[in-house]
Each structure stands twice: as structure tokens, then as C-alpha cells.
Design a protein around this ligand. Structure first.
Ligand code: PLP
Length: 394
């Protein structure tokens, strides 16, 4: 009886349109890249998670083509039946080496990696302590576990300590945090988190989706950046952002924990093995980046350059340490309308307002990429200044 559901959906969708949370999909008529085509017009793209500029490149296209040629298109099997090839084992090894853990287990996405983590290790006699601004996939993943739940105020170490005290007496306690938070580009204080976890005998889980391949001297992510590589018990990450952008993900962890995931993690066990194109191309890119540090160097140079130029124009830009750069506007309507005006001018950026971000912190989020040229950055800043003046922001 769809007739019963239809009016409910129509009502909800109308409400979403009214309060500005309706999601309109912009359709790209080109590959992903620094420049994309939408509606027959070219735009400079500043809203992809394409930090190293590898998405849509011939380099990745060739690596995936070669993998498919050598290993076939698909496996039609889960890993433990007949879906494990040499490249899967090699990629798990390469990921573990990259992020500094003993082992790693592949998943179809980081969402699945998170869903398959908490419920596997933590039950009713355990507790999970989660940052208030953690990614939706962590929130859902925590709900799937029967463990006691605590939420600590965003990056608030005093509150985390309170929650660790409250969870004393549980069999296992785990602190879960994003490595980089996507709305502000702020980085979890992992050194402090690991110290507190040690003090209270807790485990640490970091979702490094925005950081693998990006943060740290060798792209090992926020644990490397914060000097705690080897101290974090579970790191989830994705190949769907900086590392090529097609999809695929992992949980990197200690030896027994990886073995346990391969035996018990439901989103791993009962889902097809990672496809050959992504597996082969991810294996390629991890190796390739070892001898091409220039990708990360360009990313940081562009990020610094963009921030400095924006500040010179009078914009409010927080001193974050990640290519995610929020341009703080405060006013809800302004953020959305200014992003639309920038789009008209050929700059694709996204405005975020309440309820996606807290009231009064509306912003335009800019994501800088290694693919951007100096000209791209300068052009984007010039357009920001032009549009910002019209809106009375600068
Ligand atoms: C993007 C993202 C995910 C989801 O990654 P997929 O591989 O696309 O499923 C999970 N966690 C965080 C923090 C993310 O930013």
C-alpha cells in the first residue's frame, strides 16, 4: 500500500525544501577534477575530497585498468569463500605499513568499516565514548553495538575524562573520534586522547577518512601527525577520498583484532570482496605516493596560499591544519546565497547552515586540492572577494 507512504514522504520532502536541508544533486558531465563541467559550463571545483588531486586522473584510470586486466572484473564471492586474491592481501599489508599498524582488513567503504567494528568487539558489558561531532557512520555504528554509550563535548578533554570516569568498571572502554572533522577541518587531539585512554585503561578508535594519505610526514594520517602512530588501536580510513576517490576502505589494527574482524565482522564477512579495480589501483597509489611526496607538498602549499590570500581580503578563516577550509560567515542565509553566487561566477563551493552546523556558525566550506594551480587559487580568492563585497562580508 504505497498510498499510505506517499503523503508522508511528500510532507517530509516539502519540509526539507522549506528549511533548506533538501539535497539537490548537481550532475557532473565530466570526470572529477580541479575543473568540472555542469550544465555545459566549466567550474573550478573546491568541494571534492580529492585532496591529492588523483580522482579522475589518467594515472588512476590506468592503474585500475591494469588491475582489471590482470585480476578480472569481479569475484562474485565474499573474502572467506573464494574472494581473496593476492592483491587483497598485498593491499592489506600496504595499508598497515602506511598507517603504522600490524594488520589491516579491507571493506567496501569506510561506512561499512565503522558499522563492522563496534558491534564486533563491544557488547553489553562494555562502553563506547564518542565525540559529539563524529561522522554519521560512527553514530550509526555505535548504535549497532549493545555497549553503553557516552558522548563527550567536541574535542573537550575535561569532558572526555568525566566520561571515562563514568565508564569505569566496564569490561572494555573505547574512545571513538574522527581524526579530522569535516565541517571545520579541525584535528582531534590524539596525543591527549591516547594519554587519557592509557590513564583509564581504554582503547582508542580513530576514523581517518579525511586524513589517510593527507596528514603526517608520510601520509600515515592523524596518528602519525599527532605522534601517536602505534598507540591507536583501531584506524578506519577510505580509498574514496585522497587515495584515488573511487571507494573502498579499511580497518587497520593489531594482529589479533584483524584476525577477529575477518572471523566476526558482519559487514566484512557477508559482503562481496573489494573489487579488483579499486584494490589494484589503491595498492598502486599507496606505493606511488611513497616516491611522489610532491602531491602532498602541493596540497599544503595550495592550502597555505589560499588561507593567506583569503585573510588578506578580510575573510574570517580559522587557523586549522587541514585543506578543509571553512570561511566563517555566521549568517545562515548569507552562507547559502553566497555559495550560489560563487557558483554563478564559476567557483563550486558549498554553503553549510543550521542544522548541519551549529546556529550562528554558517560557513562556506572550501576544500583545497593538490590539483589546483596557483591561478585556480588566485581566481577563487578574487571571486570570493568580489562576491563577498556584494554581500557586505568584506
Ligand atoms: C567520508 C567519511 C566516511 C565514509 O567513507 P566512505 O568510504 O565513503 O564510506 C566515514 N567517516 C568519515 C569521517 C568520513 O569523512
Amino acid at each position: 500500500m504505497y498510498g499510505k507512504l506517499k503523503p508522508i514522504l511528500e510532507g517530509e520532502l516539502a519540509t526539507a525544501r522549506e528549511n533548506g536541508t533538501y539535497k539537490e544533486e548537481r550532475v557532473l558531465e565530466s570526470p572529477q577534477g580541479r575543473e568540472i563541467t555542469v550544465g555545459g559550463k566549466k567550474y573550478l571545483n573546491f568541494c571534492a575530497n580529492n585532496y591529492l588531486g588523483l580522482s579522475g586522473t589518467e594515472l588512476m584510470e590506468k592503474a585500475s585498468e591494469e588491475a582489471v586486466k590482470k585480476w578480472g572484473y569481479g569475484l562474485a564471492s565474499v573474502r572467506f569463500i573464494c574472494g581473496t586474491q593476492t592483491i587483497h592481501k598485498d593491499l592489506e599489508k600496504a595499508v598497515a605499513e602506511l598507517v603504522g599498524t600490524e594488520d589491516a582488513v579491507l571493506y567496501s567503504s569506510c561506512f561499512m568499516a565503522n558499522l563492522g567494528l563496534f558491534q564486533t568487539f563491544f557488547g553489553a558489558e562494555d562502553a563506547i565514548i564518542s565525540d559529539a561531532l563524529n561522522h554519521a557512520s560512527i553514530i550509526d555504528a555505535v548504535r549497532l553495538s549493545k555497549a553503553e554509550r557516552h558522548v563527550f563535548a567536541h574535542m573537550d578533554m575535561a569532558d572526555l575524562e568525566e566520561k571515562l570516569k563514568a565508564a569505569r568498571g566496564k569490561r572494555l572502554v573505547v574512545v571513538a573520534t574522527d581524526g579530522v572533522f569535516s565541517m571545520d577541518g579541525d584535528i582531534a587531539p590524539l596525543k591527549e586522547i591516547c594519554d587519557l585512554a592509557d590513564k583509564y585503561g581504554a582503547l582508542v578508535m580513530v576514523d581517518d577518512a579525511h586524513a589517510t594519505g593527507v596528514m603526517g610526514e608520510s601520509g600515515g594520517g592523524t596518528p602519525e601527525y599527532c605522534g601517536v602512530a602505534g598507540r591507536v588501536d583501531f584506524i578506519t580510513g577510505t580509498f574514496g577520498k585522497a587515495l584515488g576517490g573511487a571507494g573502498g576502505a579499511f580497518t587497520a589494527t593489531r594482529k589479533e583484532a584483524a584476525e577477529y574482524l575477518r572471523n566476526r565482522s558482519r559487514t566484512y564477512l557477508f559482503s562481496n570482496s573489494l573489487d579488483t579495480a579499486v584494490t589494484g589501483a589503491s595498492l598502486f597509489v599507496i606505493d606511488y605516493l611513497k616516491s611522489h611526496p610532491d602531491y602532498r607538498e602541493r596540497l599544503w602549499e595550495n592550502t597555505r596560499n589560499f588561507r593567506e590570500l583569503m585573510k588578506k581580503e578580510g575573510f574570517k578563516v580559522p587557523d586549522a591544519k587541514h585543506p578543509i577550509t571553512p570561511i566563517m560567515l555566521g549568517d545562515e542565509k548569507k552562507a547559502v546565497e553566497m555559495a550560489a553566487a560563487l557558483f554563478e561566477e564559476g567557483i563550486y563551493v558549498i554553503g553549510f547552515a543550521y542544522p548541519v552546523v551549529p546556529k550562528g556558525t554558517a560557513r562556506i566550506r572550501v576544500q583545497v586540492s593538490a590539483a589546483h594551480t596557483k591561478d585556480d587559487i588566485e581566481k577563487a580568492v578574487a571571486k570570493f572577494a568580489e562576491v563577498g563585497k556584494k554581500f557586505g562580508v568584506v
